[in-house]
Design a protein around this ligand. Structure first.
Ligand SMILES: C[S@@+](CC[C@H](N)C(=O)[O-])C[C@H]1O[C@@H](n2cnc3c(N)ncnc32)[C@H](O)[C@@H]1O
Length: 267
């Protein structure tokens, strides 16, 4: 039987197929590999003594065709397990935005919005060859009609207020959210004091998504659970959740973070 408030260890395609009921999930938040590792940056006057990588993780290194096939496989499984009025939110950057949108549309999803996350503390343009990569995106897909969009709750939540301090129309907020890359107390750190996971997502970003497209007691699934940010936010907002993570180290970290409330010095 499908377990709730539980992390499954394994490949998300297999777990979604084997363990998760069809048409059972209200909301999926997915933060997949972006396939940007393994490609060294071409720095002008590189004095670092070797190739320089912004990110270089095994789980994020793919042959392009395999990556496209994998994208199609996991999004198809998301389609099968979502309720007819369910939503699928997928984090991405310019590296994988096109592949995600094409595959999701091919499967039958409708693209409702692409939210922009502006990273206020992004790394400057160190190659000096492109504009600074200071944004990420979250594509919001829906499976059918009648999707959830909690407009009035979001209006209350909007940090921008009228002069009188009241809630403001959602004109420029929601398509666009300003947040730093996770740092300080929120960042899960290892014994050496350094960030444990390279792509831990800000809780505020996930909160926005859950506020928008789920209600209390809804069931939320994250197929690329990492450090378990989705579980932390879902519990706080009184939603039920399911996480899937293939890496044992991150699986352990997420379990400790969520169930033992340990936030620092894991391994
Ligand atoms: C971009 S990170 C997610 C980070 C997460 N949002 C957080 O806040 O910590 C992607 C995660 O997916 C995991 N992963 C990669 N391939 C997977 C697969 N086939 N099934 C399940 N998890 C996978 C990686 O180990 C990595 O932790």
């Amino acid at each position: 039987m499908m377990k709730k408030n539980h992390i499954y260890l394994g490949d998300c395609v297999e777990i979604m197929e084997r363990e998760i009921d069809k048409d059972s999930i209200n909301l999926i938040y997915a933060d997949p590999p972006y396939n940007l590792s393994g490609k060294p940056l071409n720095l002008i006057n590189n004095k670092t003594g070797g190739a320089f990588y912004k990110m270089n993780e095994d789980w994020d290194t793919w042959n392009y065709d395999e990556y496209v096939k994998f994208t199609e496989r996991w999004i198809k499984k998301c389609w099968d397990i979502l309720k007819p009025n369910g939503s699928l939110y997928i984090s991405c950057t310019h590296h994988n935005l096109a592949e995600i949108v094409v595959e999701a549309k091919r499967i039958g999803f409708k693209l409702n919005n692409i939210i922009t996350w502006y990273k206020t503390n992004a790394m400057p343009s160190i190659t000096k060859r492109t504009f600074t990569h200071s944004t990420e995106f979250v594509c919001w897909f829906v499976k059918g009609k009648g999707w959830k969009y909690n407009y009035f709750q979001l209006k209350e939540w909007n940090p921008q207020k009228t002069k009188e301090g009241g809630s403001k129309q959602l004109r420029d907020f929601i398509h666009f959210i300003e947040l730093p890359i996770v740092q300080g107390q929120e960042r899960v750190k290892g014994l050496n004091g350094r960030a444990l996971h390279p792509t831990q997502k800000p809780e505020k970003l996930i909160e926005l998504i859950m506020m928008a497209s789920s209600d209390k007691n809804d069931l939320i699934l994250d197929p690329f659970f990492g450090t378990g940010t989705t579980g932390i936010v879902a519990s706080r907002l009184e939603r039920k959740w399911i996480g899937i993570e293939s890496n044992k180290k991150y699986f352990d970290v997420a379990n400790k973070r969520i169930f033992k409330k340990i936030r620092r010095n894991y391994v």
